[in-house]
Design a protein around this ligand. Structure first.
Ligand SMILES: Nc1ncnc2c1ncn2[C@@H]1O[C@H](COP(=O)(O)OP(=O)(O)O)[C@@H](O)[C@H]1O
Ligand SMILES: [Mg+2]
Length: 182
C-alpha cells in the first residue's frame, strides 16, 4: 500500500465486514513527539482471542484454520519499518480498535494520500454507517461526523453526488487550514 489513506480504507473494510454501525478514524499528528498516530475503531462483532493473536502474523496458518489475510500484517510492517508501534484490541460482541503510530519524520513514513477522498468514498458506499473522522495537528483540530452532516441535510441523501463533492471540498479545505502534513 502506497499511502496511509489506502491502509485506512483497507482496515475500515474490516470494520464494515464486522457489521459496525460506528466507525471512528482518528489521526493525530504530534510533531513534538515525532508521532503520526492513526486509530481506527469500530463497534462491530469483534474477534475471538485465538484469532486476535494470529491476525498480525502473515505466516500463521494451521491445519484447521484457513489462511488469514494481509491487511493488518501489512500495516504493522509499514509502521514498524519507521520504528513506530502497532496494536490491536478486540472484544467479541463489542468491537475492535487498531492503533498505528508511525515515527512521523522517518523517511519511510508513508504520506497520507487522499484522505478526504477516502472519507467521502466510505461515506457514499455506507450511508447507514456513522463515520467520525478527527484529525489534529499542532495548529488545530477538524472533526467530520456523518450524524451531524445528515441532520443538516434535511432529508437529502448524503450519497447524492453533489453532496459528496461538497463534503470532499469541505474536508480538504479544513485539513489545509489546520496544516496537515502530507
Ligand atoms: N475490525 C474487525 N472486526 C472483526 N474482525 C476483524 C476486524 N479486523 C480484522 N478482523 C479479522 O481478522 C482477519 C484478518 O484481517 P485482515 O488482515 O484485514 O485480512 P482480510 O481482511 O483479508 O481477512 C479478518 O478476516 C477478520 O476475521
Ligand atoms: Mg482486511
Amino acid at each position: 500500500m502506497k499511502d496511509i489513506s489506502m491502509h485506512i480504507m483497507d482496515i475500515a473494510q474490516n470494520s464494515i465486514t464486522a457489521g459496525a454501525g460506528l466507525l471512528e478514524i482518528i489521526i493525530n499528528e504530534d510533531i513534538d513527539n515525532d508521532a503520526y498516530t492513526v486509530i481506527i475503531k469500530d463497534n462491530g462483532k469483534g474477534m475471538p482471542e485465538e484469532l486476535l493473536k494470529k491476525v498480525t502474523d502473515p505466516f500463521t496458518t494451521t491445519r484447521t484454520t484457513r489462511r488469514i489475510g494481509l491487511g493488518l500484517p501489512l500495516l504493522k510492517q509499514n509502521v514498524e519499518r519507521t520504528g513506530g508501534t502497532f496494536s490491536i484490541e478486540s472484544k467479541e460482541g463489542a468491537g475492535t480498535t487498531v492503533e498505528a503510530s508511525f515515527v512521523m519524520m522517518h523517511p519511510d513514513r508513508l504520506p497520507i494520500g487522499d484522505i478526504a477522498g477516502t472519507i467521502v468514498l466510505l461515506t457514499s458506499a455506507n450511508p447507514e454507517l456513522t463515520i467520525i473522522y478527527r484529525h489534529s495537528t499542532n495548529t488545530g483540530d477538524y472533526e467530520y461526523n456523518t450524524t451531524e452532516i445528515n441532520s443538516t441535510l434535511d432529508g437529502i441523501s448524503i450519497t447524492e453526488p453533489s453532496v459528496i463533492r461538497f463534503l470532499k471540498e469541505v474536508i480538504d479545505e479544513n485539513l489545509q487550514s489546520i496544516g496537515i502534513s502530507r
